[in-house]
Design a binder for this molecule. Structure first.
Ligand code: NAD
Length: 217
């Protein structure tokens, strides 16, 4: 089955890497829409708590929603990103991108996610970088790590950037209310990515390429 078709009929498995202030509500949003979601986080205590139906981010008012999607077996968590990638159709990277004390972007979490994904990457999967990055990171930093799998972006697997623009904890504007910008490695992969995100946000704005989406943030 075509990946876009799997997104349309919600048979796709979605992996969210990084279950923090942005990743956890994103994982819950997809799970509530009926997708099977695998959350991957390097913190074992976060993984164990979520698998018990608990929520480590108390200020997000997500407790009941996490409990429900875990009970319904729509959300599971793991510390094994490669295995989660292997089992998933779409892999969303939502790890932190802090600034170092000398004011440089710290891309270590993005790089280590890329290395882990490469171990589980397969044909016709889609990788989306949501973390805040400067223009060029998706194609010039992340993609070379993904292509260590022996697969080529745009040909064997999809790659896109969809920056997160919402403000966690803002009760007036949830993830679904904020318009999302998407740029794909090819126009077709951009369109396929849009077919996934349209399930959790009201409006998706497709731009011509990945660097334009990165600059939009
Ligand atoms: N929080 C915000 O207000 C906000 C708003 C918009 C965009 N963003 C962007 O979203 C991204 C995520 O931010 P956040 O606030 O959700 O971060 P966060 O610190 O709340 O959570 C990140 C999670 O990722 C996990 N993690 C780190 N490295 C990992 C790895 N290699 N593999 C698996 N898991 C890993 C951490 O354990 C943590 O649970 C950042 O790029 C940030 O700039 C944040």
């Amino acid at each position: 089955m075509e990946l876009a078709e799997k997104f349309n009929n919600k048979s796709a498995v979605v992996c969210v890497i990084g279950l923090g202030y942005v990743g956890l509500p994103t994982a819950v949003s997809f799970a509530e829409k009926g997708f099977r979601v695998i959350g991957a986080d390097k913190k074992k205590q976060v993984v164990d708590l979520i698998n018990r139906g608990g929520c480590h981010l108390k200020d997000l008012n997500l407790d009941e929603r996490v409990k429900k999607v875990v009970q319904d077996k729509k959300l599971t968590a793991t510390a094994d990103t490669a295995e989660a990638t292997r089992k998933s159709d779409a892999i969303l990277i939502i790890v932190p991108t802090p600034v170092t004390p000398d004011k440089r972007p710290d891309l270590v979490p993005v790089i280590s996610s890329g290395e882990d994904i490469a171990k589980g990457l397969g044909k016709n999967k889609l990788v989306v970088l949501e973390s805040t990055v400067y223009p060029g990171v998706t194609e010039d930093v992340l993609n070379p790590l993904l292509e260590k799998s022996g697969l080529k972006a745009g040909v064997d697997f999809g790659l896109a950037h969809c920056p997160e623009r919402y403000n966690p904890g803002d009760s007036k504007h949830s993830i679904g209310d904020v318009v999302r910008v998407i740029g794909g490695i090819t126009p077709q992969w951009g369109e396929t990515t849009k077919q996934l995100y349209r399930h959790i946000v009201k409006d998706v704005f497709l731009v011509k390429d990945i660097k334009t989406a990165e600059a939009a943030r």
